[in-house]
Design a protein around this ligand. Structure first.
Ligand code: T46
Length: 137
């Protein structure tokens, strides 16, 4: 499956690094919400859902974690361990986050406000959703 990662341009000088993310530039949608995941306990796996509408960019701004993406046909595992690299996740992608380092901070920029009714938490329903979208039985 196609994995879309984005490399952000650091504004570095002798003081260190700074990365700026602006909607419709580095971020391909209007950002309505920002959240972050940290202090993740050892061995935890999170996510286990897709979305009907939500698009997101994930950046592991500190430490590392892995993201499993599933488009209903193929799967890919992506290591996020660079504060200057983002992972774009479209709505219709099943995602699971795992292998968090103890110091990991996973920042997420989201295209929509939080809405529980946008979640698809059942894997069979997810398959039906993506197949219906592609017009496949
Ligand atoms: C996603 C992955 C990458 C809120 O109240 N507001 C929010 O904006 C979010 C994201 C969550 N919550 C509450 C809902 C739950 O009671 O925080 C709790 C944990 O959320 P959840 O179990 O959905 O967290 P993850 O890590 O499974 O999934 C999250 C996002 O929900 C999801 O959209 O794509 O991170």
């Amino acid at each position: 499956m196609q994995v879309v990662t984005v490399r952000f341009q650091p504004h570095g000088d002798d003081r260190g690094q700074l990365i700026a993310l602006e909607e419709s530039k580095e971020i391909p949608f209007h950002v309505k919400r920002v959240y972050y995941i940290y202090d993740t306990k050892s061995g935890v796996r999170r996510g286990f859902h897709a979305h009907k509408k939500l698009e997101q960019i994930l950046v592991c701004v500190h430490g590392s974690c892995k993201i499993m993406l599933d488009d209903g046909e193929e799967r890919a595992d992506v290591l996020l361990d660079k504060p200057y690299e983002g992972l774009y996740i479209s709505n219709d992608t099943w995602r699971e986050m795992y292998d968090f380092s103890s110091d990991a901070v996973l920042l997420v920029l989201a295209s929509e406000l939080y809405d529980e009714s946008d979640y698809i938490r059942n894997y069979d329903e997810f398959l039906k959703f993506v197949r219906a979208k592609k017009g496949v039985q």
